[in-house]
Design a protein around this ligand. Structure first.
Ligand code: PLP
Length: 461
């Protein structure tokens, strides 16, 4: 698929854009599903979040900048909490984690999933109650596990036999009985609109169901008795729109639950169905509301449990993207506009693949709008690119921007809350942008901009 080392998009030439992308009737109009809930264009034509104009944000914090609509994030936490009533909702911190966000999700009653010592340290330093933290990862070090035990995290999701041995030894040493789950690889892989159910599972995460490793792991933990096995866990992928992948995975994992009951007489009390709920990056995406997702998942679990004559276990889920993704947009300043004759117009902004690697890494699609003013110009198909020395440095592959877009304009890209700042790099020694939370017309810096001094401070040679 990747024919060119610069990325999948490098050879993709043509000025019409994808078939689904239509010239908008009004190039200034916002598609509500793509934007944080408190974003609107003001009477002056300037994009504003919770009443604060982006020109002011750019003047105070510079660009690029990630702008978080705090009430949007909080409302999505509440949507999941109320929609998934009675289900523990673990926010997947890998999507984006900083202390302010930890506090927000804690205040909104969510749990937190971390997958490294750094994420755990961030959560603990922000005062996240340890019993509401779940610890993931396919290669947790002895140090990380020790720290998790010492902190008293609520559950550790076991991912390998080595880890079972490691954690068992640590728990024995300390005389504690940590709560654990077994991550099961169910042979379902779901990405965007499709899922594939395969017989064997060629990936690094979890214990294979088909190969028998998952059952063996459960028996080992139960027979040993040192760790408290709470349940099974499965996460099938990301940006999922179709519940049928969850259906196959629930069927398979509950089949294992029944096998464990039959072999050991134990019904595990919990089940985690993972995260991966899709969001709208473009007008092509149509995500389900949390309460609809909840209904579907509950129905699936109830019917599979009935088929296996199992009690319905206490459920948990781990959404990351669906909580933080739509709550953030990235604000960039345009530096150059280049019309490559007969092919397309390149609008270069002052960030790029260092603040959003998803386009280059996953061929992800995004949207954009001219944010610092409204325009009366015709829509023009543009490609928003970054400032990095890489032709695959694309932020938005195809979008209609006004034909008079020019250097100094601000462009906003929505849907950048998840896996953008958290995957940001210093490629080309570009300092990583700040994160600014806006609420009730006021902006608050929650992650400061990296500086060249920060970069040089690490360079001790
Ligand atoms: C185990 C697990 N849970 C939850 C998530 C969160 O996924 P998403 O942000 O797509 O909801 C991931 C993402 O990779 C994951 O690996």
């Amino acid at each position: 698929m990747r024919a060119h080392e610069a990325g999948a998009l490098h050879g993709d030439i043509g000025s019409r854009g994808p078939a689904w992308l239509r010239p908008p009737a009004d190039v200034n109009a916002l598609v509500p599903a793509l934007w944080p809930r408190n974003v609107a264009r003001g009477g002056d034509g300037v994009l504003a979040v919770a009443g604060l104009g982006v020109r002011d944000i750019a003047a105070d914090f510079g660009t690029p900048v990630y702008v978080l609509d705090e009430d949007d994030l909080r409302s999505r936490c509440r949507d999941f909490r109320t929609g998934f009533d009675g289900v523990d909702v673990y926010y997947a911190g890998k999507a984006f984690l900083c202390r302010a966000v930890v506090r927000m999700i804690a205040e909104e009653g969510l749990h937190l999933d971390v997958c490294t010592g750094g994420e755990l340290a961030t959560a603990l330093s922000a005062g996240m109650p340890p019993e509401r933290i779940g610890f993931h990862g396919n290669n947790k070090s002895l140090r990380e596990l020790t720290r998790a035990l010492d902190a008293g995290v609520g559950r550790i999701i076991l991912d390998s036999f080595d880890e079972i041995d490691r954690l068992t030894a640590l728990a024995r040493e300390r005389g504690v009985r940590p709560r654990v789950m077994i991550r099961v690889t169910v042979g379902v892989e779901a990405h965007t609109h499709e899922f594939i159910a395969t017989a064997h599972e060629d990936q690094k995460f979890g214990f294979s169901l088909a190969g028998g490793a998952a059952a063996e792991a459960a028996f080992r933990v139960l027979d040993d008795g040192v760790l408290e096995l709470r349940g099974l866990h499965s996460h099938i992928g990301s940006q999922i729109f179709d519940a049928s992948g969850f259906e196959v995975s629930a069927r398979r994992v509950l089949g294992l639950q029944a096998q464990i009951r039959d072999a050991r007489g134990v019904e595990l009390p919990e089940l985690d169905l993972g995260g991966g709920f899709g969001i709208a990056y473009t007008t092509q995406d149509d995500p389900a509301a949390p309460q609809d997702l909840a209904k579907r998942l509950r129905r699936i679990v109830e019917s599979e449990c009935a088929a296996e004559r199992l009690a319905v276990p206490h459920l948990s889920i781990e959404p990351g993207r669906a909580i933080v993704g739509p709550a953030v947009f990235t604000l960039y300043e345009v530096g150059t506009v280049k019309d490559v004759d007969g092919i397309r117009t390149y609008v270069s902004v002052d960030g790029g693949m260092s603040d959003n690697i998803r386009t280059a890494l996953y061929d992800a699609s995004y949207s954009a709008t001219l944010a610092s003013r409204a325009s009366a110009a015709e829509p023009m198909l543009a490609r928003v690119v970054g400032k990095h020395c890489e032709s695959g440095d694309i932020v938005v592959k195809d979008e209609f921007l006004p034909a008079d877009v020019q250097p100094g304009d601000l462009v906003a890209v929505p849907g950048t809350g998840a896996y953008c700042r958290s995957m940001a790099s210093n490629y080309n020694h570009v300092p990583r942008p700040p994160v600014v939370a806006v609420r009730d017309g006021r902006a608050r810096l929650i992650v400061r901009r990296e500086t060249e001094e920060d970069l040089l401070a690490l360079d001790v040679g």
